[in-house]
Design a protein around this ligand. Structure first.
Ligand SMILES: [Zn+2]
Ligand SMILES: [Zn+2]
Length: 362
């Protein structure tokens, strides 16, 4: 539980509320640590406290509300982001841009204002509903809409990251850039999102796959996962020029997972004409950047993307199928930590020691 900004998470006992009709109670087996949890802890994303974070949960359904028919107790499930499932945008199959995305994922309460968690201290209100799950917990209340049934012959405790970070990287390559065999792509920033993009690009047959990061271990891992050319920007005085030496007249796609102005600009500069760049890196609610309009005039597109523009009910089973076929080895990014060591797991992620820490429950 996060009680104060920039403080370690505490492990406390809380009571869960009764399930509402469209809710699902999940016994959590594992929960991945994603950058957005950090932005909540450090106050970049404001949210009500105390709160339970965690938004890459996976586990087994323990109980379902009266109206839930899509999953049943005993089902293995991955929890993804909250979406209403009913608005015009959800109905069009693009739930990442749900009209109720902010209240469903960030406000810490149900839409009716009630909380799902109650502290032992005088029944204190504890904010749950972080991405409709708050899965840094042994049990979590999700909605049927963001609960994705998955096969039970894959290790359930490792599947949580498919619900956010991995889905964001792979979804952006598959759904937004729509990269195809033989097309070139550059991926800037090799965290879980960027490396998932490398794997997706490899799976569809992109070439070349250019990967950019300052961490030599990440560059080596990107190579193992399918990158054909890697660049440490600290070693290149003119990175764009040097990329062009292997990719002239430019790449079909570029993917920014960093979110700073210079990196977004480099994404546009390495594109061929036309070409498509996507930016997913989040640097805070106000983040003004400067790009050259001329780069866009050359038929280039710059897209801002949430959650890979994915429909989790579709993409997550697809990624698991790719994984089973040996074409999407996302488990290579994961290191597990016992839940009691969640603060060590957070520190390992912040320090860049582990790409995707996952806390697991015995
Ligand atoms: Zn919606
Ligand atoms: Zn996330």
């Amino acid at each position: 539980m996060l009680r104060e900004i920039d403080q370690p998470l505490s492990i406390e006992e809380v009571e869960l509320d009764e399930l509402q009709d469209d809710e699902v109670l999940v016994e959590i087996k594992g929960a991945g640590i994603c950058h957005t949890d950090m932005t909540a802890i450090d106050g970049t994303v404001p949210l009500p406290l105390p709160t339970v974070l965690g938004h890459e949960g996976s586990g087994v359904v323990a109980a379902v509300g009266a109206a839930v028919t899509s999953v049943a107790p005993g089902d293995h499930v991955v929890l993804s982001f909250g979406h209403c499932g009913e608005c015009r945008i959800c109905s069009a199959g693009r739930p990442a841009y749900c009209e109720l995305f902010a209240p469903l994922n960030y406000f810490g309460t149900r839409l009716d204002g009630s909380v799902t968690l109650h502290g032992h201290d005088h029944g204190e209100d504890v904010h749950g509903n972080w991405f409709q799950q708050s899965s840094f917990a042994s049990r979590a209340i999700a909605k049927a809409t963001n609960t994705v049934k998955v096969p039970d012959d894959v290790p359930i405790e490792l599947l949580g990251p498919l619900g956010c970070g991995i889905q964001t990287g792979a979804g952006t390559v598959l759904n937004v850039l729509r990269a195809r065999e033989g097309e070139g792509i550059a991926i800037f920033g090799l965290g879980g999102v960027g490396l998932a993009a490398v794997m997706a690009a490899k799976a569809v047959g992109c070439a070349p796959i250019v990967a950019v990061d300052t961490n030599p271990e990440r560059l080596a891992l990107a190579t193992e996962l399918g990158a054909t050319d890697v660049f440490d920007p600290a070693r290149h005085r003119d990175l764009v020029w040097d990329v062009m030496q292997i990719a002239a007249p430019g790449l079909d796609h570029a993917f920014d997972t960093v979110g700073t102005g210079p990196v977004v600009r480099q994404c546009l500069e390495v594109l061929r004409s036309p070409g498509h760049a996507a930016t997913v890196g989040f640097q805070g609610l106000e983040n003004e950047i400067t790009i050259d309009q001329g780069h866009l005039m050359l038929g280039r597109t710059l897209s801002g993307v949430i959650e890979g523009d994915s429909d989790p009910q579709q993409l997550i089973p697809e990624l698991i199928a790719m994984h089973r076929a040996g074409r999407f080895p996302f488990d290579r990014l994961i290191e597990t930590f016992p839940f009691e060591r969640i603060n060590d797991a957070l520190a390992a992620s912040t320090a860049g020691r582990v790409v995707k820490p996952v806390v697991v429950f015995a």
